[in-house]
Design a protein around this ligand. Structure first.
Ligand code: SAH
Length: 390
């Protein structure tokens, strides 16, 4: 390591950027284990080497230790065991079992959907140890089948090709029915977003349901209706979903049906939420609750100003659409957007809409998506529940 770049290692940050490396001794291949040494030669830990990525090394451990299949057994077991301590009710059978860096396994995501497991191998390190990881996973978690969704954009940055398909076991059905406490959802793990469902929003959906009694709700960027189903379950009078994906909206309808909800309470609008929000404000529509859960707007630091304008635009419309006393559930899943900046953008939107509002609570990803303290980047989902005065 370069002398001036060692502080992050002392603070156990799991990444080493290429520019922080003074010298590579030997010729490590993709994913191979390397020892990380400070300028005086002392070994500070071991990690996986990634020759094509800006993130050149991802730490496995901050001490000198052997990395072998038993290491993965230990880490997987610890991550999976910790899920039992998170008070996830037995009526919920879909959640994240392994959350990458924050569970000490950089680049590895494992989600449970009922009896199926979905894996993402997103770094050279976990790709290198893939067979061992799968073998340990099988020994730890009984399952019907393991499916791979290594199609995140990070995989390309690592110099890895996209890989999806059945790893072992039974071929999953086209739609898997999962339980989230009192609600059921159909999930397409083969080609749905992420690993199939926005598991990270589970607790926020359940929170929304508690405020939904009798409410008229606008659910923007609805995907397959997660927030909508919970809202109707909570007694919402009417929920309007907006999404640009017809497939997602069709599945939202199915989700309402399998929960025996009054389907007349759910309406789907296929189109661009930015445009429809503006049309609704022009028509002076009013709602008791607006949910804004857009996709990632900021892909790079350079993209932040454009992303900020996007968030401002939709939040401004949302404030205009809310009745006095109405609630806004607004989110950003762009990791690069800091919470403070997001809050400021929402505030600017309220000013422009000539509304006053309070933050009732700050929201984030569900507890099965923890953030290791040494990896603050792990908190990517932030949200605000605001109440308009009146
Ligand atoms: N709230 C959802 C997750 C939303 S993900 C849940 O809890 O499950 C973001 C969604 O926004 C995706 O379904 C995507 O299809 C949709 N989307 C992306 N751009 C859009 C746009 N301009 N207008 C409407 N929907 C859009």
């Amino acid at each position: 390591m370069k002398k001036g770049r060692y502080a992050s290692v002392v603070r156990h940050h799991p990444w080493i950027f290429s520019g922080a490396i003074e010298k590579v001794i030997g010729n490590p291949g993709p994913g191979e284990t390397v020892s990380v040494r400070s300028e005086d030669g002392a070994i500070s830990g071991v990690g996986a080497y990634s020759p094509f990525s800006q993130i050149r090394v991802r730490f496995w451990a901050f001490k000198d230790r052997e990395i072998d299949n038993s290491f993965f057994y230990e880490r997987l077991k610890a991550a999976i065991k910790s899920r039992f301590d998170l008070a996830i009710p037995s009526t919920t059978n879909a959640y994240r079992l392994v959350n990458a860096e924050s569970d000490g396994l950089p680049g590895l995501v494992i989600d449970r959907y009922s009896n199926f497991l979905v894996c993402q191998f997103l770094s050279q390190g976990v790709e290198y140890w893939r067979d061992g990881i799968i073998a340990q996973l099988i020994s730890l978690v009984p399952n019907q089948g393991i499916f791979e969704r290594s199609d995140g954009d990070v995989r390309q940055k690592e110099g890895l090709e996209i890989k999806t398909g059945l790893i072992i076991g039974e071929k999953p059905p086209n739609l898997i029915e999962i339980m989230e406490e009192g609600c059921k959802f159909l999930v397409d793990i083969k080609s749905g977003h992420k690993t199939g469902f926005y598991l990270d929003q589970r607790e926020n959906r359940i929170l929304l349901s508690r405020f939904s009694e009798g409410a008229r709700i606008l659910n923007c960027f609805s995907y397959t209706g997660g927030f909508a189903v919970w809202a109707i379950k909570g007694g919402a009078r009417e929920v309007i979903n907006i999404d640009s994906s017809r497939i997602a909206l069709d599945l939202a309808e199915e989700n309402a049906r399998i929960n025996n909800l009054d389907q007349g309470r759910m309406q789907n609008i296929h189109g661009d939420a930015f445009k429809i929000l503006r049309e609704f404000t022009n028509e002076r529509e009013k709602f008791d609750i607006v949910v804004l859960d857009p996709p990632k707007f900021a892909m790079s630091k350079a993209g932040l100003p454009v992303a900020a304008r996007g968030y401002k635009d939709i939040n401004l419309s949302a404030f205009k659409l809310l009745r006095p006393g109405g609630l806004l559930f607004t989110f950003s899943c762009s990791g690069l957007m800091q919470h403070d900046l997001f809050q400021k953008i929402v505030f600017d939107a309220a000013i422009d809409a000539e509304t006053e509002a309070q933050i009732i609570t700050r929201l984030t990803q569900a507890k099965d998506h923890p953030t290791a303290l040494n990896f603050p980047e792990g908190t990517y989902l932030k949200g605000l529940m605001c109440r308009i005065s009146g």
